[in-house]
Design a binder for this molecule. Structure first.
Ligand code: URA
Length: 279
């Protein structure tokens, strides 16, 4: 009889400490917003909601979107919170697919406020993932998720950009934003990242991509452009709501397309989706 490892703080198949959810309460297709208030706004777009709850910054809802059972779980801000959410979701699901729907600051001048940015990979400026993988290990988006998000944006007519994201461990100093009363070490960080053709800054993607990848699960990231770093513009008011909606509908449709890909793989007895299976 195997003895339980008492060091494991994420008990498989039990109600989880931070997200407050247990087995069966989450769908296998999961959207991860950062903002807990965004969970209710996304849930309002579902056909029906079977359950919702909130514990600290982790607000969740599960329901049906165009016939697909989906869940929404907010991560709060930062890669340390993402680690908690991913670890706990993995303990109570079978083989989840994750799409982060967040916000970001754009580093390319042609990216307009309200457009969306689809991440192909992320620069690990944070250190949460260093507790799991070595320096130089890449944070890569799952190719099926990238294709599904591109297809979703195309179908919905949402303007999108594709490229590498920098995941920062802070919003101000760690993204090269001057702060009135605090000296920052890298005031040219945004320009430095832009020179390396990095597309955008945000605060969660790399952790999701690394941890989901280590678990053998698919993950993708779509972020609405809230800030344009080349001009200093920041989205406000109704334009902010519209920007958020662009990211959210792209993420929801992306999950539906991934589920379609899964059906096509199952029909062809294929492990991986390929263009000849159709989309
Ligand atoms: N989120 C970020 O992390 N940075 C921005 O500039 C905007 C949203």
């Amino acid at each position: 009889m195997p003895t339980a490892d008492r060091r494991i703080a994420v008990p498989e198949g039990e109600r989880q400490y931070h997200i407050g959810l247990g087995p069966g309460e989450l769908a296998e297709y999961i959207l991860l917003p950062g903002d807990p208030e965004r969970t209710a706004r996304i849930a309002a777009l579902l056909d029906d909601v079977e359950g919702s709850q909130q514990h600290r910054e982790f607000a969740s809802a599960t329901g049906t979107y165009k016939g697909l059972r989906v869940s929404i779980v907010s991560t709060g801000i930062g890669t340390d919170n993402v680690e908690i959410v991913v670890a706990e979701i993995l303990a109570i699901t079978e083989h989840p697919t994750f799409i982060r729907v967040g916000s970001c600051g754009a580093l390319r001048p042609e990216m307009a406020l309200g457009d969306v940015a689809i991440t192909t990979g992320a620069v690990r400026l944070e250190t949460t993932t260093s507790w799991f993988v070595s320096d130089g290990y890449p944070a890569v988006a799952d190719y099926e998720a990238v294709i599904a998000l591109i297809e979703a944006a195309e179908r919905l007519g949402v303007p999108y950009h594709l490229g590498i994201t920098a995941t920062a461990p802070g919003f101000y100093g760690a993204q090269g934003r001057p702060i009135p009363h605090l000296p920052i070490r890298y005031p040219d960080l945004a320009e430095d990242m832009a020179r390396q053709r990095v597309m955008n800054f945000e605060m969660e993607a790399s952790a999701l991509l690394v941890l989901a990848g280590l678990a053998g699960c698919r993950a993708g990231v779509v972020c609405a452009v809230f800030a344009q770093r080349t001009t200093g513009d920041f989205v406000t008011g109704a334009a902010k709501d519209a920007a958020e909606r662009n990211g959210v509908v792209t993420g929801l449709e992306g999950l539906r397309i991934l589920a379609d890909m899964d059906r096509r793989k199952a029909a062809a007895a294929a492990d991986r989706w390929r263009p000849s299976l159709g989309i």
